[in-house]
Design a binder for this molecule. Structure first.
Ligand SMILES: *[C@@H]1O[C@H](CO)[C@@H](O)[C@H](O)[C@H]1NC(C)=O
Ligand SMILES: *[C@@H]1O[C@H](CO)[C@@H](O)[C@H](O)[C@H]1NC(C)=O
Ligand SMILES: *[C@@H]1O[C@H](CO)[C@@H](O)[C@H](O)[C@H]1NC(C)=O
Length: 388
């Protein structure tokens, strides 16, 4: 539905007045690249393999879908809430539209696709093998492979329809680049690599994300939202692996490990520098940094304000209340908490639907986005408030 004329005028005036600081968009679809934080079902297509991932089983999905859907949570993830708040359907996994995405119609392609896969990395998977890192799951897919899937899909669509059709799709879609890169660090951290080696990985990860953004811009993409990394020093799996009796290493306000959060901040600063560099080259492109780090800290610094009673306890654990990597959630021995909405952490690494919903809501209300992001979408504010 088109906005009524007065609303449109207001929105245009608003866009004009705030054009320096605000991105005002009206999107017809979302294309997403990423890992388990935004997989809406790509990994699920490997569930019939001999070694299915834990996410193939309940209690994953128990709260909202009442069955596993391949989402690494008890319910919906941030991407689902962003889609809903834009008045769009949940973003379909690429693997649900037929092998290779070939033969998909322009109309179907125009509804958007999600290329994110649980376990995905920014760097090529061979990078980890070459450095003796053997904990990368066999289903892991790099960002470059996801871009390749996207290329194959649009090439097949755009070759058989007028070029203006694809241009319109790229212009009117919200592209999301992640979160991606978190696993590159997870695999090194969980292989006990030292902080010097981890730090040297950051520029490579950031450069890879930047190069994929540049390729999308060359295709005529108009808006790209780029989330930063979560505060890993607050994730229970890291708190368990790096537990220490040295109280000084913990932030007294929230119990997070300061040195690990410093690492996440370092990645996020490097990523924002890269975005700044790309904005200078392409000033007409809307490149938005989504500050997942501070969106999560906002909750963790005052959890009771948001109804959370369990900050660092994990909802889905094994019989020994452990959640070492790879997380036991989904195994037959899993124990799951009674009320996930009281927990921030779902399985030690991923968050609950309740936490994801809060993060998405604060993002879409304009907090934690640079530049600020407002939505020119009829009823979007009411939809936001009505998210159930
Ligand atoms: C995607 O296509 C563009 C040109 O259309 C090409 O430059 C780029 O290398 C391709 N990327 C991948 C990952 O296939
Ligand atoms: C960190 O790891 C790298 C690579 O394994 C090694 O060369 C280096 O000596 C280590 N540094 C420290 C401070 O342990
Ligand atoms: C829990 O701990 C017991 C005793 O150490 C051990 O036998 C059992 O295998 C553990 N369970 C899991 C799922 O690791």
């Amino acid at each position: 539905m088109a906005p009524s004329i007065p609303l449109l005028h207001l929105a245009i005036a608003f866009a004009f007045a705030f054009s320096v600081h605000c991105v005002v968009g009206r999107y017809t679809s979302i294309f997403n690249f990423g890992d388990s934080l935004s997989d809406t079902g790509n990994l699920y297509y490997t569930c019939s393999s001999p070694n299915p991932a834990h996410v193939c089983f309940l209690p994953y999905g128990e709260t909202f879908f009442h069955r596993p859907t391949g989402r690494f949570s008890d319910g919906r993830v941030i991407l689902d809430f962003i889609a809903t708040s834009l008045g769009l359907p949940l973003v379909r996994p690429y693997r649900s539209v037929g092998l290779g995405g070939e033969g998909i119609s322009a109309q179907d392609f125009g509804k958007g696709l999600n290329f994110a896969v649980g376990g995905a990395t920014a760097l090529d998977v061979s990078y980890f093998e070459e450095r003796g890192i053997h904990n990368v799951p066999s289903h892991a897919v790099s960002l470059r492979i996801q871009l390749h899937w996207f290329n194959k899909t649009y090439s097949s669509v755009c070759a058989s329809s007028p070029s203006s059709r694809c241009r319109d799709i790229f212009k009117n879609s919200l592209f999301m680049m992640g979160e991606i890169g978190g696993n590159d660090y997870n695999y090194f951290f969980f292989d006990n690599r030292n902080i010097t080696e981890l730090t040297s990985l950051v520029p490579l990860v950031v450069k890879q994300i930047g190069s994929v953004i540049m390729e999308l811009i060359e295709l005529g993409v108009d808006t790209i939202m780029v989330p930063g990394n979560l505060p890993i020093g607050c994730l229970p799996i890291y708190l368990q692996v790096y537990a220490t009796s040295n109280r000084g290493q913990y932030d007294p306000q929230n119990g997070c490990l300061k040195w690990l959060n410093q690492f996440s901040k370092y990645h996020n600063e490097q990523l924002q520098q890269e975005l700044k560099r790309i904005r200078a080259l392409h000033p007409h492109v809307h490149l938005i940094y989504a500050d997942y780090f501070n969106a999560v800290m906002h909750i963790l610094n005052a959890p009771k304000n948001f109804g959370f009673t369990n900050l660092h306890q994990v909802c889905c654990v094994d019989e020994n209340r452990s959640y070492y990597f790879p997380m036991p959630c989904g195994l037959p021995s899993t124990i799951v908490c009674d009320d996930p909405s009281k927990y921030v952490s779902w399985d030690g690494l991923h968050l609950t639907e309740a936490a994801y919903k809060l993060i998405a809501t604060s993002l879409m209300q304009g907090s934690f986005m640079t530049p600020q992001f407002s939505i020119l979408q009829q009823n979007s504010s009411t939809k936001l408030l009505q998210l159930q």
